[in-house]
Design a protein around this ligand. Sequence first.
Ligand code: 5GP
Ligand code: ZN
Length: 113
Amino acid sequence: MSDCIFCKIAAGEIPSKKAYEDETVMAFYDLEPQAPVHVLVIPKAHMQSAASVTPENSAVVAHIFEVIARLAQELGLKEGFRVVTNSGVSAGQSVPHLHFHLLGGRDFTWPPG
Ligand code: 5GP
Ligand code: ZN
């Protein structure tokens, strides 16, 4: 999608601080970190949100979780971490390109706000 900021980050048209990249997935540090470690993990191909996952495109989501496990280890999140995806306006999704927040380095409360 030509006007999508995360598509532009995936294409290298908008700079980002990269944490991981391969053919289908990219991870980069959030501009406004909500924890000592706050990385966003995205499919390079545009998908709007978790509501857009289908049997045809779900393989990349499984791959994203492999990347998350690897990043959590590499980034030293031994005590635990949180993975969040906001889907849609009431959940607070502000960028309409599927992304998973990997948050760590502090304690988190439950339930979330
Ligand atoms: P959402 O609110 O959709 O769940 O998460 C979007 C996230 O993207 C926010 O945490 C926001 O700080 C981050 N973000 C928005 N624009 C950019 C950007 O251009 N670069 C980076 N690195 N993060 C961004
Ligand atoms: Zn996009």
